[in-house]
Design a protein around this ligand. Structure first.
Ligand code: BGC
Length: 255
């Protein structure tokens, strides 16, 4: 039980990687705040799975991209669970377009959810830790694209690159408060964000050809890395990114 007596808030946990994180941490004893934009059936299913894993939690809804919602999400979570110990900034979106076609609306959405959301939710979380005079841990679910270019996804790369520098900055600034900040950077994972790609065989094969391990990740393989960084096992780890990408980032071959 590596997460016994901890309360963890996971954003975007109604589905995909977020749901896998919620369940994996619950298996290790964490109580989970399932956060998503709406309190819908999918969020409820994640909470059911958390309970089936032997733990408990609640659902809190809010748009992470709105700072007032972020403050309300933290307040509601603390009201329901008594306190928070770990924040997992997982919520993320991507929009494909060649650079010249990117719309302001798509740019704003991607930056709002992926970067502004993590920024202001973290701010509200840190205020809670400071007010209760406790340390804590923050794990951002970034992407291999916090480092690796991804043509036609420039807003997404900008948001994840921003998340990398936010993590590095906060690791330094928040260390005196006993707060560790790290990123997990997944490569290609079989979740809804990749739906288009997964249903197009040519695109899927081209992607897999780039991955040294020769397959997509299962969401639980990402959740295992988040578990490590969220747990006391990572007590001396802050300011770093753990890549979970099957070797994608540094893959180079001449054939
Ligand atoms: C993106 C996916 C992409 C993967 C590997 C992820 O961050 O969300 O769309 O397939 O990186 O390139």
């Amino acid at each position: 039980m590596r997460m016994k007596d901890t309360v963890v808030l996971v954003t975007g946990s109604a589905q995909g990687i977020g749901r896998a994180i919620a369940i994996r941490l619950a298996q290790e004893g964490a109580r989970i705040v399932v956060e998503d934009r709406q309190h819908n059936a999918m969020a409820g299913q994640t909470l059911d799975a958390v309970r089936a894993a032997g733990s408990d939690g609640c659902v809190v809804a809010g748009d992470v991209g709105v700072a007032a919602d972020d403050r309300a999400v933290i307040a509601h979570a603390v009201e329901a669970m008594g306190r928070l110990d770990v924040l997992v900034n997982n919520a993320g979106v991507e929009r494909r377009a060649s650079f010249l076609d990117v719309t302001e609306a798509d740019y704003d959405l991607v930056m709002k959810v992926n970067l502004k959301g993590a920024f202001f939710l973290t701010q509200a979380f840190v205020q809670h830790l400071r007010d209760t005079k406790r340390g804590g841990r923050i794990v951002n679910v970034s992407s291999v694209h916090e480092e690796l270019p991804f043509p036609h996804f420039t807003s997404y790369c900008a948001s994840k690159g921003g998340l990398k520098m936010m993590m590095r900055n906060l690791a330094i600034e928040l260390a005196p408060l006993g707060i560790a900040v790290n990123n997990v950077a997944p490569g290609a994972v079989g979740t809804a964000i990749n739906h288009e790609l997964l249903t197009n065989k040519a695109e899927r094969d081209a992607l897999i050809a780039n991955i040294p391990l020769g397959r997509l990740a299962d969401p639980v393989e990402v959740a295992n890395a988040v578990l490590f960084l969220a747990s006391p096992d990572a007590s001396y780890v802050t300011g770093t990114t753990l890549f979970v990408d099957g070797g994608l980032l540094w893959h180079y071959a001449e054939q």
